[in-house]
Design a protein around this ligand. Structure first.
Ligand SMILES: *Cc1c(COP(=O)(O)O)cnc(C)c1O
Length: 420
């Protein structure tokens, strides 16, 4: 495959953008080579600037549950353009999106829209601290909650990919407010609460981890988090920025039957435009300004274009609940193709192939994956027209636009690439 135009653009980009990219994992650092510059997308397929076509399993890192350029989302955007792109005043569509979110996600009684997942988690932990009057936050190693200062401790996604320990530029005092524990260990959480229980404002968790690769919760784990936080008066925050509307219409909390106090959303709820949200119990959310004393604001929050795309996405999913069964079937057949010696973790339409024969249940076991072998697999797939996230520590996403034929071609490519 010829990638000369992508390589030339990357050379230009590196002159004026740090590392040539606007978000670190895009740079292909851990798999080698230069990133593809994308010219356009269509359904489950993307086309790079050199004219190569790929079946896309990145889906903009999760948002594109319906694939690229879904007609209902395009129509909603076209409609929004007729009205105006931003007012900085309330609009009817924002109310409709907030209602759609509360209607879908069982624990969300009240919600505030923001512009990214990072803003959502940052605001949720501020709210948790303000509400409880406590400072400590418990997070889990390998979970990623955006680039919030105090949540970058032992973080997943690009921090894991690039092997960055604890990011420079984050004051030690902020790191000291974070307890990072191994995921899936009830014992570790029990110990932390026995030692610091009355100072812990919240536990924040990806209920299904996507950012160290896909790692499901062990049976009983989320239940244990719910029980212990309630017992100590700490809040339970489900970071469903990735899993919300992805692993089911009501997110992971509906799939696993757990009611967190606060939930953060992003990715799918924007339909491919920048939207984040945080919401939950009414008594907690009422503390957010202007109804309460905990400040959070945004010039472009509830942006009409972004809200239109998000609302079209949520309305489509509500009208077509069968989407989830077909996503699940496609992802399951991809994971069934995995040979012995490789561990396929999957929940719904998010999955990761780990190059280890042993179960992957936390960050330590995820790191046992042979990342050099992942790199060979990644490049062999790319050569065969399959576009995966350029890191072992990310989830792959199936969209509703993937056809049976796309899945068959991907399985055939993987069969060859696994031996690369
Ligand atoms: C992507 C992600 C975020 C950050 O969202 P951004 O929109 O990139 O700021 C936070 N939490 C989780 C679980 C994510 O997957």
């Amino acid at each position: 495959m010829n990638h000369s135009k992508s390589e030339e653009l990357f050379r230009r980009a590196q002159e004026i953008i740090p590392g040539g990219v606007n978000s670190p994992v895009r740079a292909f650092r851990s798999v080698g080579g230069s990133p593809l510059f994308i010219a356009r997308g269509d359904g489950a397929h993307i086309f790079d600037v050199d004219g190569n076509e790929y079946i896309d399993y990145v889906g903009s890192w999760g948002p594109l549950l319906l694939g690229h350029r879904h007609p209902e989302i395009l129509a909603a955007l076209a409609g929004a353009l007729q009205i105006g792109t931003s007012f900085g005043a309330p609009t009817e569509q924002e109310v409709a999106l907030a209602e759609a979110i509360c209607d879908a996600v069982p624990s969300i009684e009240m919600v505030r829209l923001v512009n990214s997942g990072t803003e959502a988690t940052m605001s949720a932990i501020r709210l948790a601290r303000g509400f409880t009057g406590r400072d400590l936050i418990v997070k889990f190693e390998g979970c990623y909650h955006g680039h919030v200062d105090s949540l970058l401790v032992k973080a997943g996604s690009g921090v894991a990919t690039l092997g960055i320990a604890d990011t420079q530029g984050v004051p030690k005092a902020f790191c000291d407010t974070t307890l990072a524990l191994p995921f899936n260990s009830v014992d570790a959480v029990g110990q932390a609460f026995r030692a610091h229980g009355n100072s812990i404002a919240a536990v924040i968790v990806e209920p299904v981890v996507g950012n160290m690769g896909c790692v499901p919760p062990l049976p009983g784990y989320l239940e244990a988090l719910r029980e212990i936080t309630a017992r100590f008066g700490a809040l339970l925050i489900f970071d469903e920025v990735m899993t919300g509307f992805r692993v089911g219409f009501g997110g992971a909390q509906q799939r696993f039957g757990i009611r967190p106090d606060l939930t953060t959303l992003g990715k799918v709820i924007g339909g491919g435009l920048p939207v984040g949200a945080y919401g939950g119990r009414k008594d907690i959310m009422s503390k957010v300004a202007p109804s309460g004393p905990i400040y959070q604001a945004g010039t472009l929050s509830g942006n009409p274009l972004a809200v239109a795309a998000g609302l079209a996405m949520l309305r489509h999913l509500k009208a077509h609940p069968e989407v989830y069964a077909s996503l699940e079937a496609h992802a399951a057949s991809l994971c069934a193709s995995v040979p012995a010696g490789i561990t396929a973790n999957r929940v719904g339409s998010m999955f990761t192939f780990f190059f280890t024969g042993r179960p992957v249940t936390d960050y330590e076991s995820a790191k046992r994956s042979d990342t050099a072998r992942f790199g060979r697999f990644f490049r062999a797939m790319l050569d065969r027209g399959i576009y995966l996230a350029p890191s072992q520590f990310e989830a792959a996403f199936v969209s509703a636009a993937h056809s049976d034929e796309d899945i068959r071609r991907t399985i055939a490519a993987a069969r060859e690439a696994f031996t690369a």
